[in-house]
Every structure is written in C-alpha cells, then in structure tokens.
Design a protein around this ligand. Structure first.
Ligand code: HPA
Length: 287
C-alpha cells in the first residue's frame, strides 16, 4: 500500500470526522486522475481572488462536487483548482469556509486536511485584516510570524485523527521561518515591502469595538481578522509547513475616524490583488 492508500485506510477505520476527510480526499484524487499531485496549497482570501487563473494545465474541482462546503460570502468562489505554476504543482482553494458563516470549526479545516492526505507539504494563505499598528496603512501587507487564536474554537476539538497527527500538537512555530524568508526575498525582488507581525483570529462576523481593539493591542495583536488560524492549526497538526500574509484592508476600529465596512475591505483587497498574486507566485518560484 502506498502512503495515501495507507492514510485513507486508517482514516476509514477512525472517527466520522476522519472518514469525511478521507471521502473528500478520494473525491479530489478522482478529479486528478493520473495528473501530478499538488505539493503546495494556496488559500485565497480577499485580494488574492483570480490567482488561480495563473495556473496552467489546470483542472477545476467545484467544492460541491468534492464534498467541500461552499462559501456564502459574496465574491468568494468555491473551487479547488489544481495546475502548474513556476514548475510546481499547486492546489488553489479559491473560496474558503469561514466560521462566522455558521460552519462547524472542524468544517473550516476540512479542505486543508484532505489536501494534507493527498500530500501537500506547504500551505500559503492570504487574508484580509484590520491593522492595529500606527505604521500600517490600507493596502500594506503583513507576513504572519505568529497568531493568537481568539475564535473560542479549535478545529482539532473532538476525537484526534491519529493518522494525521498527534493529540496535542506543538504550535511553537506555526509559521515556517524558511518560507517567511522566501516571501521576504520575493517581496524585495518585486519592490513590495512586507511588515511582520502577530495575527489575531476572531469569530466575527461583527468587526471589533474600539475597546476590544485597545485590549487586543495590549495582548500583542498587530492585525485582526476572521480566518486563517483554523487552517493553519489543521495544517500544522498534519506536519504541513505554513506561511500567511494579511492584506491590511483597513485601520482597526477606533484607530481612525472612519467606520468599517465590508465594501471597503473588498475594495482595498481587490486593489492589492495583483501585487499580492505576484508576491505569491514569486514565492512559489523560490520554494
Ligand atoms: N477586523 C476583523 N476582520 C477584518 C478586518 C477587521 O478590521 N478587516 C478585514 N477583516
């Protein structure tokens, strides 16, 4: 039995959550047929929409057809696209399941777990976030060096999927130093400055109050958002190396005179889209 068959067989014998991961992984494998399996996965947040169009020889797996949850957020597609980019086989998750949409926290990590079974080694994530540091302005990028999970939920809650990883995974290095260095190198070659900082994940869907933002600043957050952390936790559990970039779409609540709106978040994200896509593509060339 090869590695994937062995993992699938173990998941089949385990808890229902693992059987579901196996089912999605088998569906994706069926779509792939005898094509190369991806070694890198990319999750597109606001701003990176359209990145999947850069893949060549690509195959599109609609989320609904492989058993992945479809996103209800306007502007978030729901396709897994696998193809070639910079000589690597890359899986792009165009659209993600957010916790605030009402999905179980486990569901928000299902795609990453299925891709880990298929054999991805690296996960690159983008998101939209509010900036807490005075030097952050909308349109800036922040490479995550660490995170604070304030969602009040963890995707690994429930019976452990022993086939994927340990019950109590280490989280000392959620973001991989080598991939971070490649992002910095890619940024330099493209003339894109990257901040570094700690991302705090919140459940949403409300944006924060000014008092919350003051509290989160004192806790060490540099940016706040509503995604990414569940996927990173699931990936680290399965031994996948991770990196993530926040597109700072707005100054966090109470730190400027303006109110927050999803339209502003989308607009800044879309304007940053090409630069962020260039940054991800160049990083993929280097890793
Ligand atoms: N808060 C939470 N999530 C966000 C924000 C924010 O200010 N901006 C974009 N996503």
């Amino acid at each position: 039995m090869n590695r994937i068959e062995n993992l699938l067989a173990q998941l089949d014998k385990g808890p229902p959550a693992g059987q579901e991961v196996a089912k999605v992984a088998r569906n994706i494998l069926q779509f792939l047929g005898n094509r190369d399996k991806p070694s890198i996965a990319v999750i597109l947040g606001s701003g990176l929409g359209g990145f999947e169009k850069r893949l060549t020889d690509s195959i599109v797996c609609p989320y609904a057809e492989v058993g992945l949850p479809t996103s209800t957020v306007a502007g978030h597609a729901g396709n897994l696209v696998v193809g070639k980019l910079q000589g690597k086989t890359v899986a792009v998750l165009a659209g993600r399941a957010h916790y605030y949409e009402g999905h179980d926290i486990q569901t928000t990590a299902l795609a990453v777990r299925a891709l880990a079974v298929i054999g991805i080694k690296q996960l690159l994530v983008s998101n939209a976030a509010g900036g807490l540091r005075p030097e952050f302005t909308p349109g800036d990028f922040m490479l995550l060096t660490d995170h604070i999970n304030m969602m009040g939920a963890n995707p690994l809650r429930g019976p452990n999927l022993d086939a994927l990883g340990p019950r109590f995974p280490d989280m000392t290095k959620p973001y991989d130093g080598e991939i971070i260095d490649k992002f910095v190198q890619a940024g330099k070659s493209l003339g894109i400055d990257l901040h570094k900082g700690t991302y705090m994940a919140l459940s949403g869907p409300t944006y924060e109050t000014p008092a919350e933002i003051r509290a989160f600043m004192s806790l060490g957050a540099d940016a706040v958002g509503m995604s990414t952390v569940p996927e990173i936790i699931a990936a680290r559990h399965a031994g996948v190396r991770c990196a993530a970039v926040s597109c700072i779409t707005n100054v966090a609540a109470g730190l400027s005179d303006s109110l927050l709106s999803h339209d502003e978040v989308k607009e800044v994200g879309n304007l940053a889209g090409k630069r962020l896509s260039d940054l991800f593509e160049q990083t993929i060339a280097l890793i």
